[in-house]
Each structure stands twice: as C-alpha cells, then as structure tokens.
Design a binder for this molecule. Structure first.
Ligand code: KG4
Ligand code: ZN
Length: 342
C-alpha cells in the first residue's frame, strides 16, 4: 500500500510518500519526507502566529506536495490513499492541508484517511522500530501536549495523565523567550545546555507528589523567573547560562522520567515509547533510557529517530495506515482544533 500524507497542523508544511509492506508485521519505507519549516517567519514573534502560518501553508503546499511525489519517483496514479492531519491544531492551518487533500481526493477519486496528530506522534515510533510489544506506555511531549497514553493494542488509547497548564515544549519555548534566546526554545536550550552543570541551579520538580499521572510546567516557569532575577549572571555570563539551561533541562527530564516510571509500574507495561518534538532532547532520551534500564525489569524503551521527533508527514502516513478502516470520501473530511484521541 502506498500512502501520500499531508501535515499542516502548526508551523511545518509537510508531505510524505510511504510504502507499507509485510503481512503480519507492517514495514514502513519512507520514499519521501518533505518538510517546509516556518521557523524563521515566526521567530521574531517568539511563537507561531496563526494567520501567518495559514498563509505560508497555502503558499508552500503545492511545491511540498510536488517535491514529495518527485523525490518518491511516483505519481498520484500509484497512490492508494491520502492521509491528512485533521486535529488537533490551529484550525486555519489544519484547513489548508485538509482542503488540499480534499481537492486531490476529488480529482483522483482516492480515499482520504483522517489522522489525529497525537496518534501520529505515537505511531512515529513504528518508523524506527518494527515489533513493538503491548501494553505500550506513550509519553507524548510536544509544543502543545504532554500526555501519558496507555495502549493495549493498536488503535486503543487510554489517557492516564496530561499537563494541567503548559506543555513541556511550551515550557522550553517560554523559558528561551524569557532569556532572549530565540524561538523555538527546545533545540536552542538543549544546544546551550551541552556540557553544563545541571546541579548548579535548584529548580522544582513539579507534581511529583500529586498522586496522579498529571503534569504541570507553569510553576517551573515561575521558578525560572525568580531564579533568573536572583542570579543575574545567567543572562550575562556564558558558563552561567550553560549551567542554567542544563539545570532547566534536568528538571523537566526528572519530572517526565519519574512520572513515566510510576505509570509503567502501575500498568505493568512491556514497552515505553517517547515521542513528540521534545523527544529530540538528548538529556531526556538518555535519562529515560538509563532509568528504565536500572529500575524496570524487562521493559523496552523506544523513541523515533531524531528526524521523526518533530512534526513530519511520514508519521501521518503510518497513523493513516493504522487508521485505514476509517478511510472516507473527500466530502466527509473536516478539521478541528480539539479532538479526543480515543
Ligand atoms: O511535535 P512538535 O514538532 O510540534 C507540536 O506538535 O507541537 O514539537 C515542537 C516542540 C517545540 O516546543 C520545541 O521547542 C520542542 O518541540 N523541541 C525540543 C527540542 N526540539 C524541539 N524541546 C527540547 N529539546 C529539543 N531538542
Ligand atoms: Zn506535533
């Protein structure tokens, strides 16, 4: 089966062509994976400006689509289905991808498969790992979401916990903005944190005694404001900034790791999967991998290759494949800002 996938939920215009082979265990071959990033456009505003994002998707999507077909050396005739992100995200951004997919489906007579963006982050793991054992505990950490999702099998999702305020990626972005480091904050902070002393600045580990599986990062953000006020050297001195970035990363990684270990024990999972943009963070990946190996017996830890962590359309194709029974005609596809995963 050959899937053309489209993603426009936030600030990346992305199209991919993915082949699916294998009878019992599906194997995904990414023939093309084109991403047109809008980071430079939004950077002066310190965050995504929805109308600018929408216009940029509109401008870029025909070129991204053509390049995806060209790089995959394929044509619409050889495509079996079109997968498109329908929710959640910025509606005016989602609508560009959805409208484009509808037009393609209308003209070609192909079916469209609606895709949930969070499900797609979860399924991005299948791009890098073939056999994944269930029950599977997913930690989805992105710019808009921080969720612990339990899957007993493909297509079933139980939301164990989520953030009560800011998402983990949002915390990175806001802290970077506070320090005047630029946007998006995650990759900038993680680059600056390299080699830093993570124990230099004491930051809280919020929600560790909440008794549930929820997260909260707004308190950490407030603690950062106080810490930066108390230690003005963080804004002035390179070494202090490096140590501070490392301390902040460590606080986020500690909370996510501890909460994940507790949920994994409670639900006796066989695999833990980390996905979403923040999963590109090396400290978080290593901390989780080491802690799982040390504290959980026979639990596998997986995460997508770094190129599939942040938004891309290859993951939309994989999610589309697993959701293929919901394929429909162009008339039945719409976009929405919020939609439950289940
Ligand atoms: O999944 P994603 O591309 O988009 C959403 O669905 O939101 O995630 C983007 C988020 C941003 O907040 C960005 O700062 C964060 O992922 N991010 C990182 C890293 N790379 C991207 N956060 C921490 N460390 C990174 N290396
Ligand atoms: Zn995302």
């Amino acid at each position: 089966m050959r899937i053309l996938a489209i993603e426009t939920s936030c600030d990346e215009t992305a199209c991919a062509v993915v082949d699916v082979t294998g009878r019992t265990v599906p194997r995904f071959t990414v023939l093309s994976n084109i991403i047109s990033s809008q980071v430079k456009l939004h950077a002066p505003y310190g965050g995504v400006v929805p109308t600018l994002a929408s216009r940029e998707h509109l401008k870029n999507i025909p070129h991204v689509f053509q390049k995806a077909l060209r790089d995959a050396r394929t044509t619409m005739d050889e495509i079996d289905a079109i997968a498109v992100t329908c929710a959640p995200g910025l509606v005016i951004a989602l609508l560009i991808g959805v409208s484009f997919a509808r037009g393609l489906a209308y003209a070609s007579g192909k079916k469209i498969i609606p895709v949930h963006h969070i499900a797609a982050h979860i399924y991005s793991n299948w791009l890098s790992h073939e056999k994944i054992a269930f029950p599977l505990l997913n930690i989805v950490v992105s710019g808009g979401h921080t969720e612990l999702v339990l899957m007993k099998r493909i297509g079933t999702y139980a939301l164990l916990g989520e953030t009560r305020d800011d998402a983990a990626g949002e915390a990175f972005d806001k802290v970077a903005k506070m320090l005047g480091l630029g946007y998006p904050g995650g990759p900038i902070i993680s680059k600056l944190a390299r080699g830093g002393d993570a124990s230099r600045y004491m930051l809280p580990r919020p929600m560790l005694s909440s008794g549930d599986h929820d997260f909260s990062f707004s308190g950490l953000k407030t603690a950062v404001i106080h810490c930066v006020k108390k230690h003005p050297e963080i804004k002035k001195d390179k070494t202090a900034r490096r140590n501070f970035c490392a301390s902040f990363e460590q606080a986020v990684a500690d909370v996510i790791t501890e909460k994940t270990i507790r949920a994994a024990r409670e639900y006796r999972v066989k695999t833990i999967a980390l996905s979403g943009g923040v999963s590109a963070n090396k400290r978080l990946r290593e901390q989780l991998a080491n802690t799982i190996a040390a504290r959980l017996n026979a639990v596998a830890f997986i995460t997508p290759d770094a190129g599939f962590s942040t938004d891309n359309a290859a993951m939309i194709a994989v999610a589309g494949y697993f959701n293929r029974t919901h394929a429909t005609t162009w008339k039945n596809i719409d976009a929405s800002a919020h939609a439950p995963l289940a």
